[in-house]
Write a protein that binds this ligand. Structure first.
Ligand code: GRF
Length: 217
């Protein structure tokens, strides 16, 4: 036994990803690089995740996710939050874009906007978020720096269902990642993202099983 090996751990352990004869119909929201969006689309295209990614919505016209959507041939709409005077008015417009797709779920894959009950109540327990910490530790926008500053030796990433409080809601799956003495925000983020790209499709499939089996409203 090597007691100092720096392994990542994913929990719950999943032998076989839940399968769906009718693919999960999903929309994705992103604000940044879109690497998690890409991981999700690739998982659906290589038959790992039974999902149909119907569209991407971004809030930032400069974000890299737009280019990813073009490359992946996924319809992408940019709804710039700067054109709206409140989060609620923004979400009313967002819902107008989403509704025609009759989505089963919405994945916030690096969506850097706080969401309100206007959106959440239209998709109760059907919005999934990915966050770069082991929730409930280090909520909010600066979780990686917070973890480094706190001196914790293990951090990670979490896929969870979205509820009104920021970065709260039932946890679907987590991955742990050791923090090395030499880590910077950049190096740690890079290792966290490797795990994010693994657990996001798994978390989506766990949520999908819950939606289909319980027929949640
Ligand atoms: C991820 O680290 C995610 O946890 C956080 O925002 C980041 C988005 O990265 N919510 P990307 O845009 O998917 O590359």
């Amino acid at each position: 036994m090597n007691y100092t090996e720096n392994k990542c751990l994913i929990s719950p352990h999943i032998d076989r990803i839940p399968r769906f004869s009718q693919p999960l119909k999903l929309g994705v929201l992103a604000s940044g690089k879109g690497s998690n969006f890409k991981a999700l689309v690739e998982a659906s295209r290589n038959s790992y995740l039974d999902a149909d990614i119907s569209l991407l919505v971004v809030n930032n016209p400069e974000c890299e996710a737009i280019r990813r959507a073009e490359e992946l041939n996924i319809p992408c709409t940019c709804l710039d939050h700067r054109n709206f005077s409140s989060r609620e008015l923004y979400e009313i417009e967002l819902l107008k874009i989403l509704k025609p797709f009759a989505l089963e779920g919405l994945v916030m894959a690096g969506w850097m906007r706080i969401v309100t009950s206007t959106l959440i109540e239209e998709y109760p327990n059907r919005i999934i978020n990915i966050h770069p910490s082991l929730l409930p530790s280090f909520k909010g926008a600066h979780s990686i720096n917070q973890a480094i500053r706190a001196g914790v030796k293990i951090t990670g990433c979490t896929v969870h269902l979205v509820q009104a409080d920021i970065d709260s809601g039932p946890i679907l799956i987590q991955a742990s990642i050791p923090i090395l003495e030499t880590d910077t925000k950049k190096s740690l983020l890079a290792r966290i993202q490797v795990e994010e790209h693994k657990i996001l499709p798994l978390g989506v499939a766990i949520a999908g099983k819950y939606w289909r089996e319980l027929r949640v409203e």
